[in-house]
Design a protein around this ligand. Structure first.
Ligand code: NAD
Length: 266
């Protein structure tokens, strides 16, 4: 049976760890060629090696890019097109969270700027260069390939609701990702380019565990989780696979929540 991303090419940022790593594995298992992009090249390369060892077809490549630098993002998209001939899926997933409470009164401008640079401008540049590449994707009816593609931007549940453990710059950056995603979805819908956000709930990945770095902080967050547990990165990656594939062909502009029910909770 053909995979859900058979013949397609995908670029994933933040692919050295967490959601990005799990998505790279799933996308490759479903037949995609994947470019794993991370500021940590060793992590991205290890992930690509793992995929190539486990899954047939030498489907994974790794490259270093800092998504907070426009030239790096452009170079990564160019590399995907050069190596795979097209770009069908762009998963703008890399993000950072300052590992300390960061509220309106104590946040530092340099933290605010760095967070926006990576979490917001990085996603903008990822969308920009993906759109330019997707417009040029050749159509191949026999393989089910078309001009256009699917862009997925990782936001967060904090883009929808206020977190009691403040991360002001992070929250603002993720809210802006949702707004930008909706607008891009409208502007590019008729070009066959779908743009969706994915909103993970709290996950057991280094990003959150470094922030909730005491048992007490973890317990405080767990109280609010309807399922009483943190999510696994692969549970979000499965949502990203759905948005990447043609199974979500009538979805664009959504904020797809994979949050264990958190945003419905009171
Ligand atoms: P993670 O820490 O496991 O992985 C993040 C990866 O991004 C790392 O490999 C890191 O090296 C890479 N990265 C960081 N800065 C980068 C940059 N400038 N350029 C390229 N790569 C960079 O984190 P994760 O939990 O998998 O987070 C992935 C995304 O999910 C982030 O956007 C995060 O904000 C979002 N998110 C996470 C949670 C959570 O609870 N973990 C919740 C909601 C949203």
């Amino acid at each position: 049976m053909p995979g859900r991303l058979q013949y397609k090419s995908a670029l994933i940022t933040g692919a050295g760890s967490g959601i990005g790593l799990e998505a790279a594995i799933l996308f490759a298992q479903e037949g995609a060629y994947v470019l794993l992009v991370d500021v940590n090249l060793a992590a991205a390369q290890a992930a690509a090696d793992l995929i190539n060892a486990k899954i047939e077809g030498k489907r994974a490549l790794a490259t270093r890019a800092d998504v907070g630098k426009e030239a790096d993002v452009k170079a990564a998209v160019d590399l995907a097109v050069k190596k795979f001939g097209r770009l069908d899926v762009m998963f703008n997933n890399a993000g950072i969270m300052h590992p300390q409470d960061d509220n309106a009164l104590n946040t530092e401008e340099k933290i605010w700027d760095l967070t926006m640079q990576i979490n917001l401008k990085g996603v903008w540049w990822g969308c920009k260069y993906a759109i330019l590449a997707m417009r040029k994707n050749p159509t191949d009816e026999a393989k089910g390939l078309h001009t256009g593609g699917s862009i997925i931007n990782t936001a967060s549940f904090v883009a929808i609701m206020g977190a009691a453990t403040p991360q002001l710059a992070y929250t603002a950056s993720k809210g802006a990702v949702l707004a930008m995603t909706r607008e891009l979805a409208m502007v590019h819908a008729r070009e066959g380019i779908r743009v969706n956000s994915i909103c993970p709930g709290p996950l057991k990945t280094p990003l959150l565990m470094d922030f909730l770095n005491t048992a007490e902080k973890k317990e405080r967050r767990l109280v609010h989780l309807p399922m009483g547990r943190f999510g696994e990165a692969v549970e979000v990656a499965r949502g990203a696979l759905f948005l990447a594939s043609d199974e979500s062909s009538y979805m664009t502009g959504t904020d797809f929540k994979v949050d264990g029910g958190l945003t419905s909770a009171y």
